[in-house]
Design a protein around this ligand. Structure first.
Ligand SMILES: Nc1ncnc2c1ncn2[C@@H]1O[C@H](COP(=O)(O)OP(=O)(O)OP(=O)(O)O)[C@@H](O)[C@H]1O
Ligand SMILES: Cc1cn([C@H]2C[C@H](O)[C@@H](COP(=O)(O)O)O2)c(=O)[nH]c1=O
Length: 211
């Protein structure tokens, strides 16, 4: 049985973490083996790169090089083996975040991102790039996301960015979704937790991965 790969995307505070654990639990209850992971991160090396990216000041290209280095290690040692075993891979962020944050937010040329994507995501022994089978896009107004995050925890480097940055990030996500509508499912993340969950379940059931 081949596995499937679902990424969770959206601006900081959109509700990804709230729902990813719940989906993992329901998939496990229905007999799936689940690999629950995140980017940047998911391996000891990638977690070290994550700590740098989330804390240190650096230019947009350096940021992109580090998140793609982390992604390479994550793909090679966690994602590809999990998919080969037949796992459901749930990943809190993937390459769309690079397009949205480094491309949209920081203004990095997307052709640089496309080159890194081609190098890093080549599938082992097959044509094409490793992309998620489904991307759940939690779409939320930056003002509302900031309100939800305020007081929740000490902000990291990205969370401390102004609303204008997150508007550009959100536009970056919207562009990616428009370019690949078959992969993206937009969830209205402004709804209550239960309403977002119901929408998410409908999408995942529609893929035939849940009863
Ligand atoms: N539908 C919702 N309505 C109101 N509050 C919500 C909703 N979903 C999540 N929250 C709350 O908003 C905050 C941010 O949610 P969460 O941590 O899931 O977002 P996230 O997208 O994972 O953020 P980040 O990318 O910064 O980790 C949390 O305090 C969470 O409890
Ligand atoms: C994969 C990826 C992530 N980022 C940013 C986006 C977030 O602000 C942080 C990760 O924090 P989270 O609490 O786990 O959401 O990293 C990025 O800028 N580029 C990327 O490719």
């Amino acid at each position: 049985m081949s596995g499937f790969f679902v990424s969770f995307e959206g601006i900081d505070g959109a509700g990804k973490s709230t729902h990813i654990e719940r989906l993992a639990q329901v998939l496990r209850e229905q007999g799936h083996m689940v690999t629950l992971t995140r980017e940047p991160g998911g391996t000891p090396l990638a977690e070290r790169l994550r700590a740098l990216v989330l804390a240190e000041k650096m230019d947009a290209l350096t940021e992109a090089l580090l998140v793609f280095a982390a992604r390479r290690d994550h793909l090679q040692t966690v994602i590809e083996p999990a998919l080969a075993r037949g796992d459901a891979v749930l990943c809190d962020r993937y390459t769309d975040a690079s397009y949205a944050y480094q491309g949209g937010g920081r203004g990095l040329d997307v052709s640089v991102l496309a080159t890194l994507e081609r190098w890093v995501q080549a599938k082992p022994g097959a044509a094409g790039l490793r992309q998620p089978d489904l991307t759940l896009w939690f779409d939320l107004a930056p003002e509302l996301a900031a309100e939800r995050l305020s007081g929740a925890r000490a902000p990291d480097k990205f969370e401390a960015e102004p609303v204008a940055f997150f508007r550009r990030v959100a536009e970056g996500y919207a562009r990616r979704a428009a370019e690949d509508p078959g992969r993206f499912a937009r969830l209205d993340a402004a709804q209550s937790r239960e309403a977002v969950w119901d929408e998410l379940l409908r999408v995942v059931r529609g893929k035939g991965w849940l009863r």
